[in-house]
Design a protein around this ligand. Structure first.
Ligand code: AMP
Ligand code: ZN
Length: 116
């Protein structure tokens, strides 16, 4: 399902251009427009899911697929040896600004803990 006014639905539909890193039937991975690290890819399910707080049992397959693709992309992008971070920001306090579920694959530098 797509929402007409959703940024990531529009990107998944190719109504808005993006630098596509990977795509298959269920998800699209794009370069973040405002990268927070040398590698910053967004992994986005094509179906509109608002946030991690809205997932349903039937979303389990795509959520698992996102992790498999994240690990595969991390390998392709030469991040696996040194390590990387896969992040989901959920809701206002989690820092989510686009209300269509997505995961940030970040790499190419050392990340601190805890996050800000
Ligand atoms: P979040 O704050 O977790 O919701 O992440 C939203 C991310 O989307 C931010 O890192 C933005 O830089 C990124 N973003 C916003 N608009 C675009 C766009 N048109 N293309 C690619 N990334 C975008
Ligand atoms: Zn959407």
């Amino acid at each position: 399902m797509n929402l007409p006014d959703c940024l990531f639905c529009k990107i998944a539909n190719k109504d808005i251009p993006a630098k596509v890193v990977f795509e298959d039937e269920t998800l699209i991975a794009i370069e973040d427009i405002n990268p927070a690290a040398p590698v910053h890819v967004l992994i986005i399910p094509k179906d509109h899911i608002v946030s991690l707080a809205d997932i349903k049992p039937e979303d389990e397959t795509v959520l698992g697929h996102i992790q498999v693709i994240a690990a595969s992309l991390a390998g392709d992008l030469k991040l696996a040896d040194q390590g990387y971070r896969l992040v989901n920001n959920c809701g206002e306090w989690g820092g989510q600004t686009v209300m269509h579920l997505h995961y940030h694959l970040l790499g190419g530098r050392h990340f601190g803990w805890p996050p800000g």
